[in-house]
Write a protein of this length. Structure first.
Length: 224
């Protein structure tokens, strides 16, 4: 091989080396980019899973607290619940309107006052231990107030007066005034159909529910 041929071969080898080097460099950059993207995706998946686990744990803890709260309230009201005149459903204490009031009236029956009197001691202890308040809510069926009744404009006003009467009776029986407040819903939240008397009787009711102080303050603000 002549000197010229060697020079030509060397130049060809150098060119091939120069061409192959950038290819490997590009390939390395591509692999590094893919690995980086994979790591980012993996981190994102892990973060999402951690958020889901935390959310699930929070929900489980919340349900456990609600169940413990319900059981504590049921235990506190064991004696009144045995009479059958008081019900407890999902933390709401219910009393039939017929037990508390005559039809289309907010005058408390003696029987109804006795029921309320039996509720005050256990509720007072329960609320005091948790630093909560008691919301007293009045409800009616969907039938209009009787035309000859001059005291109430409509069912909302009737439910408001009944809730206020119960609230005052609880205070008279020893409930601290700062622990109780009233609310009115009229016929807007029935628990049964108003198509028959049985359903309407269930809808004419007063409910009481322990609520955190922050929640009660927010409700009071929303009504202003």
């Amino acid at each position: 091989m002549t000197g010229l041929d060697r020079v030509v071969d060397d130049s060809i080898d150098d060119g091939a080396g120069e061409q192959s080097a950038p290819v490997w460099a590009v390939f390395g950059d591509l692999m590094a980019g893919l690995v980086g993207a994979f790591v980012l995706i993996l981190i994102g998946v892990l973060v999402v899973q951690m958020d889901l686990v935390a959310s699930l744990q929070s929900e489980v803890q919340k349900r456990q607290q609600e169940e413990a709260r319900r059981m504590a309230l049921e235990k506190a009201l064991a004696i009144p619940l045995q009479t059958g005149r008081v019900t407890l459903d999902n933390g709401r204490i219910g009393i039939s309107g017929s037990v508390l009031f005559p039809l289309n009236s907010d005058e408390l029956r003696p029987e109804g006052r006795q029921v309320l009197k039996s509720l005050v001691p256990p509720l007072q202890v329960y609320l005091g231990e948790r630093d909560e308040m008691l919301m007293v809510s009045g409800f009616t069926d969907d039938r209009p107030v009787q035309a000859n009744n001059q005291r109430y404009t409509d069912n909302l006003e009737l439910s408001a007066q009944r809730a206020l009467t119960v609230t005052r009776a609880l205070i008279d029986e020893g409930m601290p005034p700062q622990r109780v407040f009233s609310a009115a819903f009229g016929a807007e939240q029935p628990v049964a159909s108003n198509a028959d008397e049985k359903g309407r009787a269930l809808n004419r009711r007063v409910e009481m529910a322990p609520v955190p102080k922050a929640a009660s303050a927010a409700k009071a603000t929303s009504r202003e």
